[in-house]
Design a protein around this ligand. Structure first.
Ligand SMILES: [Fe+2]
Length: 260
């Protein structure tokens, strides 16, 4: 991996060139976006991180308009230089990390149906857009994402290493909390797109741990119910600054596993 040019991913034949077909969205799609948007936006001023709240303004999402990626890309270009790359759904790990290592965030374009409002097996564009994209305006956050992906690419042939790194991704990008002026706030997209987990994650029911690389790397997660623990960062710089430690502990755990 290390000898490849950084932008190898754009030449990979597995990478499909897809675009968002905005005109294909139906009335139901717009309705679903509006219901989910309105239901969640009222919870966020008290619950979400300042970075997210600033980001959703900067990226200009509203209840009446499904996110338009062409517009999002223009705004991100001026902000952090990131862009959205449309994917058909889940893609191979090396492509996923290869794209993020080149400042491209993967997003699907399909919208859940009315019957699926609260439960999804795979992330749809409400999750990918509403919950993830505002955070892409935050520089230390995207720098963390880009470089975490660089680490993942160095370990891409080692399944165990990727499993461990997915724990970091999970407990930060998807389910991370941050302390702001003494209060817990949400920046994890998996929480931000769920009204139920927004309330639950900030309650006294789950455990809240300080951000700890070694502990996260040793913590398996599940996808089919609320987490029972969340990790709390102090700043997005803290994430970025933890990258050398992530790499170091990962190397240690991978070589221990190799010894058996
Ligand atoms: Fe996500």
């Amino acid at each position: 991996m290390t000898n490849k040019p950084k932008d190898w991913v754009f030449l990979d034949p597995r990478l499909k060139k897809m675009r968002q077909d905005y005109d294909a969205y139906t009335e139901e799609d717009f309705k679903v976006w509006k219901i989910l948007f309105e239901r969640q936006i009222v919870n966020l001023p008290k619950a979400a991180s300042k970075a997210y709240l600033d980001g959703i303004k900067e990226i200009n999402f509203t209840a009446d308009r499904i996110a338009d990626f062409a517009d999002v890309n223009q705004r991100l270009a001026k902000s952090t230089g990131w862009a959205i790359h449309v994917v058909p759904g889940l893609i191979d790990d090396d492509l996923f990390f290869g794209l993020m290592n080149n400042k491209r965030f993967c997003s699907s374009t399909w919208m859940r149906s009315m019957e699926q409002l609260d439960y999804l097996e795979e992330p749809d564009m409400f999750h990918d857009a509403f919950a993830h994209m505002p955070m892409l305006t935050n520089q230390p956050y995207v720098d963390f994402l880009e470089n975490l992906s660089g680490i993942a690419l160095r370990f891409i042939d080692d399944k165990w290493a990727i499993e461990l790194l997915s724990r970091i991704y999970w407990f930060t990008i998807e389910f991370g909390l941050i302390r702001e002026e003494g209060e817990l706030k949400i920046y994890g997209a998996g929480i931000l797109s769920s009204a139920g987990e927004t309330k639950f994650s900030l309650s006294s029911e789950p455990k809240h741990y300080e951000y700890n690389v070694r502990k996260i790397l040793n913590t398996p997660f599940w996808k089919d119910k609320f987490q029972d623990k969340y990790f709390v960062i102090e700043s997005y710089e803290q994430l970025f600054q933890s990258l050398p430690e992530i790499e170091e502990v990962l190397e240690e755990m991978v070589s221990e596993a190799a010894k058996g």
